[in-house]
Design a protein around this ligand. Structure first.
Ligand SMILES: [Zn+2]
Length: 145
């Protein structure tokens, strides 16, 4: 499971394994304290090298959890804000010049498919479709329906 925490990726990159991670209180299933369980590399858009994110393990159930900066969804290298801005630009028939076009088009296709499925006919007239999907617990640009 991924546990989202309020941390700055740039600080993690700067301090490496010395970054002072705060341990979440306890395993949600067993309600006992986690043990640290090493690091896992993760890649983010603006950083040329991997940063090492902390992992935790529950000593009772053995579940392994990963800590992840809350500015990012799982499996995305761009911040939620950047993705949101990209979709906004596409809605205005524009695109970002600072990000690969193929990735922007992929997000746009996924967003359209998800909005069509979840919101239905006329979704494009919802100016806040992106936020609406998030409020329903969806990642607007993920491939999973
Ligand atoms: Zn547990």
């Amino acid at each position: 499971m991924v546990i989202f925490v309020d941390v700055d990726v740039n600080e993690i990159a700067r301090l490496g394994r010395d970054f002072p991670w705060r341990k979440p209180s306890s395993c949600p299933k067993c309600n006992i304290s986690f043990w640290w369980h090493g690091f896992i590399p993760a890649y983010f858009d603006h950083l040329s090298q991997a940063v090492f994110l902390r992992r935790l393990r529950c000593p009772r159930c053995g579940a392994v959890h990963r800590l992840r900066p809350k500015a990012y969804w799982s499996r995305f290298r761009s911040t939620i804000q950047v993705i949101n801005q990209t979709i906004d630009r596409f809605l205005n028939r524009d695109w970002r010049s600072d990000s690969p076009g193929s990735r922007q088009r992929l997000w746009w296709r996924r967003f359209c498919a998800k909005a069509k499925l979840r919101i239905g006919f006329g979704w494009e007239y919802f100016p806040d479709a992106f936020d609406l999907l998030i409020s329903w617990g969806q990642i607007p640009v993920s491939s999973t329906i």
